[in-house]
Design a protein around this ligand. Structure first.
Ligand code: CS2
Ligand code: MG
Length: 403
């Protein structure tokens, strides 16, 4: 079997997605996702101009060799653009391999270790009561784990709450970045009382987590982690910037709260020190930004050795193919922890069909061969790319802060 064509499709059924179709001389094809929020066209260009020509004529069965060729063989490696492009190719090749074997990808990865992947969704609000209401609604839907974010009084926009609950964070907005105004001191004041409120009204049964989104410095993150200890968090996510690996030691010295990190990592080497030093409890890389399943299963295996569980990134700004890859891997590894999930809007589901589904608190995949997703190309073509940016953050003095 030989690769005959690589098609890159940029479509916007609600938000922008970059989809990769790899076609073969035997009629089999695979779909991958190469979406990088706000930088979609850079990835599409890397694929079309630099990567696709290298794939024509190759045997699609040789996933590891193709991965090594694109990562090491082309000299320039790493970074969000190239690792997202590589993930798009990698997922499409796993999809082809599964279809060729007549097996779902989880089966190729070793077979089921569980019946479903424990899933979490997001809740946010302008007030504690709004967050609480959202959590109650989600619990009715069957969720056993939920993320809670609340607006910070006195600021203009807060991560995870800038859009009304139920909508994807960072979806298509105006063509210039929305600028949030935010202060760590105000944020630090509001988060512990939020969890105090949630525990006193909802009790202990529901597992809760919180995403700092890399906005604190090491000592602030340690203070927040300590203040949150009484509320039994499932994990505290992304406390520090991804550059600050050694600073995780400070947090560890001050608290036993479980720590999760990883959506801004791009290779296993980014994640390595946090895993081998056991500075985190959950590794939550984005399979779509680390070169796909080929890299993710290696990270999972390293993590297993150090008793670290997985919590792969699962926001709305990656396409259902990456969500499918998440769940196929979750189903096959022994050290799965939790899976972030997204309810995609109808338009997205009409363009990208199949993919994982939610059932009573768990994400599941069908036994369809490959990743189990397909694309309605004619419909995709009707949704043209729309320029969109992630929001930005500035402190009250006007200086740039991490979003
Ligand atoms: C987030 C994401 O899902 C998460 O945990 O941190 O919403 C993240 O902000 C976006 O994926 C950025 O594109
Ligand atoms: Mg996050």
């Amino acid at each position: 079997m030989k690769i005959t064509n690589v098609k890159v499709l940029v479509t916007c059924p609600g938000r922008n997605y970059v989809l990769v179709k790899i076609e073969t001389d035997e009629g089999l094809y695979g779909w991958g996702d190469a979406t990088l929020n706000g930088r979609e066209l850079s990835v599409a260009s890397a694929l079309e101009n630099h990567i696709a020509p290298l794939l024509i004529g190759r045997d699609p069965d040789r996933i590891e060799d193709t991965w090594q060729m694109l990562f090491r063989g082309t000299y320039w490696r790493g970074g969000p653009v190239l690792m997202t492009a590589l993930a798009g190719v990698d997922l499409a090749l796993w999809d082809i391999k599964g279809k060729r074997a007549g097996l779902p990808v989880y089966s190729l990865l070793g077979g089921k270790t569980r019946e479903g992947a424990l899933a979490y969704s997001h809740c946010s609000g302008e007030s504690f009561e709004e967050v609480e209401d959202c959590i109650r609604e989600r619990m009715e839907q069957g969720f056993k784990v939920l993320r809670a974010q609340v607006a910070v009084p006195g600021t203009h926009g807060t991560y995870g709450t800038a859009v009304k609950r139920g909508e994807a964070v960072g979806s298509v907005r105006e063509a210039a970045p929305f600028v949030e105004q935010w202060e760590p001191s105000l944020y630090l004041k509001v988060v512990p009382p939020l969890f105090e409120h949630l525990r006193s009204t909802l009790g202990d049964e529901i597992a809760l987590l919180h995403d700092i989104h890399e906005r604190l410095n090491p000592v602030q993150a340690s203070q927040l982690a300590r203040a949150l200890e009484p509320y039994n968090l499932f994990f505290l996510e992304d406390p520090l910037r991804p550059e600050h690996k050694e600073s995780f030691r400070l947090i560890r010295q001050h608290t036993t709260i479980p720590i999760a990190m990883g959506e801004l990592f791009h290779t296993r080497w980014d994640a390595l020190p946090l895993i081998t030093e056991q500075l985190i409890d959950f590794i939550r890389c984005d399979i779509g930004h680390i070169g796909g399943l080929t890299e993710a299963r290696k990270i999972a295996a390293i993590a297993e050795t150090y008793n670290v569980q997985t919590a792969w990134h699962g926001p709305g700004d990656i396409a259902p193919m990456t969500h499918a890859a998440n769940v196929h891997l979750d189903m096959a590894i022994p050290n799965f922890g939790v899976q972030e999930m997204t309810f995609f809007p109808e338009a997205t589901q009409e363009v990208i069909t199949g993919g994982p589904y939610f059932e009573d608190g768990y994400m599941k995949v069908t036994d369809a061969p490959g990743l189990g997703t397909d694309v309605n190309e004619a419909l995709a073509a009707k949704y043209e790319y729309k320029s969109a940016y992630l929001p930005m953050v500035r402190r009250f003095d006007g200086s740039v802060h991490d979003w």
